[in-house]
Structure formats: structure tokens, C-alpha cells
Design a protein around this ligand. Structure first.
Ligand SMILES: *[C@@H]1O[C@H](CO)[C@@H](O)[C@H](O)[C@H]1NC(C)=O
Ligand SMILES: *[C@@H]1O[C@H](CO)[C@@H](O)[C@H](O)[C@H]1NC(C)=O
Ligand SMILES: *[C@@H]1O[C@H](CO)[C@@H](O)[C@H](O)[C@H]1NC(C)=O
Ligand SMILES: *[C@@H]1O[C@H](CO)[C@@H](O)[C@H](O)[C@H]1NC(C)=O
Length: 175
């Protein structure tokens, strides 16, 4: 499970790097964030965020399973979105855009493989319906989604850190 925690950190570093990619987002000025609204990760993993996110209070005890189920759901959804994006015919510069995004996809695949996620369902987003004819608009949308994914990835890492600390059950965790 150390592998899994390491992969979450790798994902965070990777996505942080992607946001600074000059090619992927060249010319885009918007600083909006577009969340993918399908999971309850923030709530399900809330105790881990206790110290930093005010106001989020769970009912009932923290469930590692519930938290992980939501993380997996997020990963599956973002994977679907990124996969559909790199297959678009009208990418501005596929040779430069696909490899960095594909790298992110590989990390997500590894996470889905290495961590014992119980979530096995398909993506719940209409990923293909997200994209239009304008390559600029698509890039802008992908950037907004990537920002939301970045925030989510920070949440994942906090949740994993919290679980690894064993604080929620007073026993050492396998992480
Ligand atoms: C993940 O699942 C495998 C196979 O069931 C098990 O051997 C391993 O201990 C599990 N790891 C964790 C961290 O739960
Ligand atoms: C999330 O939901 C809002 C409101 O329903 C919607 O406008 C937005 O496009 C959704 N985000 C994504 C990535 O689908
Ligand atoms: C959550 O906040 C409460 C109240 O501030 C505190 O007593 C508790 O230890 C915190 N839990 C964690 C996991 O930080
Ligand atoms: C993504 O990377 C994998 C593994 O390196 C490779 O097999 C695959 O062809 C790549 N896909 C694209 C679309 O570049």
C-alpha cells in the first residue's frame, strides 16, 4: 500500500506540473475551475480535512471504504474525461499535447491497479458530450477541469495521509 500512497503523491506532482504546461494551455486567460460533480469525496473523506476545511462535518464515523470508494469514482471519471480529450481530432498540437496527458492517465491507471479500490463501475460523466468544435474552447474547458482535478488530488493526498496516520482507528495502517 506504500506504492499506493506514493502514486497519489506522484499524481499530485504530475497534475501540478500539467497546470504549468505552456503548450497545453497557451493563450488561455480564464482562471475558472470546473468541478466534475459526481462524487462525495470531500464529504466522505472529511475527517482528514478537519484541520483545513472548515464547516465540513460528517455524520457517523469515518469510513476508509467510503472515502476510497469516492476517490476511485473520481479517478474513473477524470480518467474518462482525459482519455476522451486526447482522442479529439481537433487538438491544437497532438504531438505536444497527448504525451503529458497520457502520462497522467498512466498514473491514474496505476493507482486504479495498485490500490485496493472496491469501486469497479464505469465513469458517470458524459465525457464525449463535453467537447465541441472549437479546439480553443475544449482546451479552456480541459484546463478548468484539470484545476478541479488538482484540488481533488490534494484532497486524495490528505485523505491518504490521514488514513496512513491511523488516527481514525488507533491502529497502524498498512500505508
Ligand atoms: C490489497 O489486496 C490484496 C489482495 O486481496 C491484499 O493481499 C493486500 O494486503 C491488500 N492491501 C491493502 C493495503 O489492503
Ligand atoms: C457540474 O455541474 C454544473 C451544474 O450542473 C455544470 O454546469 C458543470 O458543467 C458540471 N461540470 C462538469 C465537468 O460536467
Ligand atoms: C477535528 O476537529 C475537532 C474539533 O476541532 C478535533 O477535536 C478533532 O481532533 C479533529 N480531528 C482531526 C482528525 O483532526
Ligand atoms: C500512452 O502511453 C502508453 C504507455 O506508455 C502507450 O502504450 C500508449 O500508446 C500511449 N497512448 C497515446 C495515445 O499516446
Amino acid at each position: 500500500m506504500r506504492e499506493c500512497s506514493w502514486l497519489f503523491r506522484t499524481l499530485l506532482l504530475n497534475v501540478s506540473g500539467l497546470l504549468k504546461n505552456d503548450v497545453l494551455w497557451s493563450g488561455i486567460l480564464s482562471d475558472k475551475v470546473l468541478p466534475v460533480n459526481s462524487s462525495d469525496t470531500v464529504l466522505a473523506c472529511a475527517p482528514a480535512l478537519n484541520k483545513t476545511l472548515c464547516g465540513i462535518q460528517r455524520k457517523g464515523p469515518f469510513s476508509e471504504n467510503e472515502c476510497f470508494k469516492n476517490i476511485a469514482k473520481d479517478l474513473v471519471d477524470y480518467e474518462a474525461i482525459i482519455s476522451s480529450y486526447i482522442k479529439l481530432q481537433n487538438l491544437r498540437s497532438p504531438a505536444e499535447e497527448v504525451p503529458p496527458l497520457n502520462r497522467t492517465l498512466q498514473i491514474i491507471h496505476n493507482l486504479l491497479k495498485s490500490c485496493n479500490f472496491t469501486w469497479t463501475e464505469k465513469a458517470s460523466v458524459e465525457e464525449n458530450a463535453m467537447w465541441g468544435k472549437s479546439s480553443f474552447d475544449n482546451r479552456q474547458k480541459m484546463l478548468m477541469i484539470m484545476r478541479a482535478f488538482h484540488i481533488r488530488t490534494i484532497t486524495f493526498n490528505r485523505a491518504v495521509g490521514y488514513i496512513a496516520s491511523g488516527e481514525h482507528k488507533n491502529t497502524p495502517s498498512p500505508f
